[in-house]
Design a protein around this ligand. Structure first.
Ligand SMILES: [Zn+2]
Length: 398
């Protein structure tokens, strides 16, 4: 057996046991062995390692089915904290969580353009410091910082290669944050972080092939194959927001024309609605925006749709059709078991999901592909930040 394979099996077993405890704890060693089909000695050895590392602990005695009562195991969730950042084009969300991904503190800060590398790094440092401040007494428990950064990220160097919506290049995030905070820092593309977070904490739990699509101010996908993130040769795998849908379409921030995100991301929703209102279309948006059409944003369109406004419903529906076309392309390329939709636009829920799913059903090649499981993230607006936290947990647990 190759060493690599052995190491992989070992870490997979550890991960399986840890996840079992995390998801089903309190649970006994015997039950873990039974459910995972690992041998009792393997389970005991790994459980001991995990107790020694402080990640799990023994809790109360369980029910006995005759004989000695088994000792139950649970995650020692508050033994460590992790910080997660979601760095989008327009704002930064920062969270501090325990090992169960439970959010103990959340803060959000709006970014103003023009942005520079230096300015963005300073803001990130200030946000991290601010979230750490109340925990100064137990600072040692904060094991690391995960960053979900929009755009293309070199994960080995922790370098943002290109953030198209801010038009920044080569931001040394890992280097700067590790120097400043003296902790492990992991940087990943935001959609990839989201995908990992979903596999770790959300809808994707247990699924081997998952694609998570982050739809906010831009669109990106994180691809998990056989439980691992797929990066591609130069880290651009999953950049589906820049898939050309309409060659004669509008110019994208990347310079190309008719990219998926020019048709279906948050700003596209707002623009479509603004245009229709501007040419005199009847809509509650006019009132909601105090007659200042610039104020109309994606969120307002969703609120309008909730009130039954025709225009708002129609805009979300057509957005869903474009997304459906993009996802059909993705299904034909990757054929995932599950697609999870996250990001701000996913808040539009059924208004968008119904037409999205209908489009996939119309266009996908086979019956099975037509019925690919497509769901909205249950981690809400913190999904990417929680994904950033999971970058550290993966490192810790595997
Ligand atoms: Zn583009």
């Amino acid at each position: 057996m190759q060493r690599g394979t052995f190491q992989l099996m070992k870490s997979l077993n550890r991960n399986i046991i840890l996840n079992k405890i995390r998801l089903e704890g309190p649970i006994s060693r015997a039950q873990i062995a039974k459910d995972t089909k690992l041998t009792p000695p393997t389970v005991s050895t790994i459980v001991k390692e995990l107790i020694d590392s402080g990640m799990i602990k023994e809790s109360e005695q369980g029910e006995s089915k005759g004989g000695r009562k088994p000792t139950m195991l649970i995650i020692n969730a508050d033994s460590f904290y992790v910080i997660g950042l979601d760095v989008g084009p327009k704002d930064i969300k920062t969270i501090l969580t325990d090992l169960n991904g439970k959010v103990l503190k959340f803060q959000e800060r709006v970014l103003f353009s023009p942005m520079t590398n230096h300015k963005l790094l300073d803001i990130m440092k200030a946000e991290i410091q601010q979230i750490m401040d109340p925990y100064s007494e137990e600072e040692d428990k904060i094991i690391g910082i995960g960053v979900g950064m929009h755009g293309v990220v070199d994960v080995e160097q922790g370098l943002s290669l290109y953030a198209p919506n801010l038009n920044l290049r080569n931001i040394p995030i890992k280097e700067e944050l590790e120097t400043r905070f003296n902790r492990t820092v992991k940087v990943e593309n935001d959609a990839k972080a989201l995908a990992l977070g979903e596999v770790w904490f959300g809808n994707g739990n247990g699924a081997e092939s998952v694609v998570a699509v982050n739809i906010g101010n831009g669109i990106g996908a994180g691809i998990v194959v056989d439980g691992k993130l797929f990066h591609g040769e130069n880290f651009i795998a999953g950049e589906i927001g820049h898939m050309t849908i309409d060659m004669g379409g509008k110019q994208c921030t990347c310079g190309n024309y008719g990219c998926l995100q020019t048709l279906a991301a948050g700003p596209a929703i707002a623009e479509k609605a603004q245009k229709e209102v501007a040419i005199g279309r009847d809509s509650v948006l006019r009132e909601m925006a105090d007659h200042d059409l610039e104020k109309i944003d994606g969120k307002m369109v969703y609120e309008g749709a909730l009130q039954g406004d025709d225009l708002c419903v129609q805009v979300l529906k057509s957005t869903g059709i474009y997304l459906g076309i993009g996802l059909t392309n993705l299904i034909h390329l990757m054929n995932p078991k599950l697609i999870i939709i996250g990001g701000g636009v996913s808040n539009a829920g059924d208004f968008l999901m119904d037409s999205l799913k209908e489009t996939v059903q119309k266009k996908a090649l086979t019956e099975a592909a037509k019925h690919t499981d497509i769901r909205v993230s249950k981690l809400g607006n913190k999904a990417t930040a929680i994904g950033a936290v999971s970058l550290l947990l993966v490192e810790l647990f595997q």
